[in-house]
Design a protein around this ligand. Structure first.
Ligand SMILES: Cc1ncc(COP(=O)(O)O)c(C=O)c1O
Length: 478
């Protein structure tokens, strides 16, 4: 019974006599399954020493437990958890816990299964984790851990990271926010969740427009906050801004204007101006998800809507998931100061703050230019991969999978011809290649003759092999 005394936690409060508190602690441990039926208890002398009580107190507790049938003494000596009644208890408790004793909303939809191991996963937006500069991050984190405050810190994020991010956004994206307008969050998802909650506070059931082909986790955040989602079509110029004018009581629009998710198109200059003007006139918020802002390969990147916002309508959301790693959970939001103040106050009620050491570490990587060097390296790699994917499509799937060259980002949106997208995805899966059909991105859940092929996480030879397998799965050998 090593460790028993450590595990046995005596209730410090209340007026119960000590022997009853010991009895209760043993009983609770049996109930929780921490002490199993038939397990030996320490002798009364040992336990008395461990607990720092008189032996008679322990004996009195044992007498109490025996009288209630929780423990038994065996003729050969020794005290044991009773083999009878309590044997049932842990199982009964576990069974009860599988059902809630209160009402719940409809069951959440099941998560899609993980692709089996050794699959080529053309994930929609995951960077190549093999390229994550682990040593660099580890060294910076180790350094930061020595000096970062480890208590409760201001919820806005480490001031040095806020400064470094605002400088990066000014340089790369033409944004002129000052540091106070930026809140560091645990990933873009947390930024979207905060945004949704602030916007829907006091406006339950308000309309929020989303791209009819779009990013489901953002929809879920708005839905959870009580929004009524209104899908708006997307075409080769991006979101159909005209359609917004018809939505009554529009509170916000969520969109991915840079490389539309999942179709990769860029919002046209005319629509961008129209959207900003409409938001100003109708007083709704534009939630701009600039999720892959650093990856643009052709000419100059189009600057975010937020860089043109004169009227305080745009809430700008970004993530470091793509330039560093998704698991670090670092993202941010920036917008009109009163909005950011609301989001910050709300954050305290949710997860309070971020990880100051991690935030300081990443601030240092930005200040030293290390992260920028890493981004330049992976940008070159992803551009090469984009071209390799398109070449592999031509080589193995010409006429079946047809993709326009995406100007940036980490994925291509390929039209499926001569076979339906679901059949293609299933054939690919049988050959150990995983990607999602258009349906997975559709608000209406209806099939679309497209698939989204994430090319960033596989190298050129893997991309070629993956597309060769897809062709083989369709019975097209070359
Ligand atoms: C459209 C979009 N927004 C946001 C994110 C990133 O979110 P997070 O920072 O929560 O990982 C992704 C990642 O895949 C994305 O595709």
């Amino acid at each position: 019974m090593n460790g028993f005394a450590h595990a046995l936690s005596l209730d410090e409060s209340g007026d119960l006599p000590l022997f009853l508190r010991i009895a209760r602690a043993v009983r609770d441990d049996v109930r929780r399954g921490r002490l199993l039926p038939g397990a030996a208890l320490p002798g009364s002398r040992t336990l008395a020493t461990q607990l720092g009580v008189h032996r008679n107190t322990v004996l009195a507790a044992f007498r109490e437990l025996a009288a209630e049938g929780w423990i038994e003494t065996r003729p050969a000596g020794g005290t044991y958890v009773s083999g009878d009644i309590p044997r049932e208890l842990p199982r009964r408790l576990a069974k009860a816990a599988t059902r809630a004793g209160f009402s719940l909303p409809a069951a959440p939809s099941p998560r899609p299964p993980e692709p089996p191991p050794n699959t080529f996963v053309l994930a929609a937006g995951t960077p190549d984790l093999r390229l994550v500069p682990r040593d660099l991050v580890a060294r910076a984190y180790r350094r930061a851990l020595r000096s970062a405050p480890l208590g409760y810190v201001p919820p806005e994020g480490h001031p040095r990271l806020r400064t470094a991010l605002t400088e990066m956004l000014a340089e790369l994206r033409g944004l002129t926010f000052d540091r106070d307008a930026l809140l560091v969050t645990r990933g873009a998802q947390a930024a979207l969740d905060l945004t949704a909650r602030v916007l829907l506070d006091g406006h339950p059931g308000a309309a929020v427009a989303v791209e009819a082909l779009g990013y489901r986790p953002a929809w879920q955040a708005f839905r959870a906050a009580g929004a009524r989602l209104v899908p708006v079509p997307v075409d080769e110029h991006g979101l159909a801004v005209d359609a917004l004018a018809e939505i009554e009581g529009l509170r916000a629009v969520y969109l991915t204007p840079h490389h539309q998710y999942p179709t990769t198109v860029t919002l046209s200059p005319a629509r961008r101006l129209a959207l900003l003007a409409l938001a100003r006139a109708r007083r709704f918020a534009i939630v701009e998800d600039d999720y892959d802002f650093e990856f643009h390969y052709e000419g100059r990147p189009v600057l975010p809507l937020a860089s043109d916002d004169q009227s305080g309508n745009v809430i700008y959301v970004g993530t470091l998931a793509k330039i560093l790693a998704p698991a670090l959970r670092l993202g941010f939001l920036a917008g009109p100061a009163p909005f950011v103040a609301h989001a910050t106050a709300l954050r305290i009620a949710i997860d309070r703050q971020g990880d100051p050491a991690l935030e300081l570490a990443v601030a240092e990587l930005l200040e030293d230019g290390e992260l920028q060097r890493h981004v330049r390296r992976v940008r070159r790699a992803y551009r090469e991969r984009r071209d390799a994917l398109l070449a592999a499509l031509d080589r193995h799937l010409e006429g079946t999978l047809v993709a326009r060259k995406p100007p940036g980002g980490m994925a291509a949106w390929a039209e499926v011809r001569g076979v339906d997208a679901e059949t293609l995805v299933a054939a690919a899966a049988r050959e150990g290649v995983s990607f999602l059909p258009g349906r997975a991105y559709a608000f209406d859940g209806r099939a679309r003759p497209f698939v989204r092929l994430g090319y960033a996480s596989l190298d050129p030879s893997e991309l070629d092999e993956a597309m060769r397998r897809v062709a083989r799965g369709l019975g097209r050998r070359r």
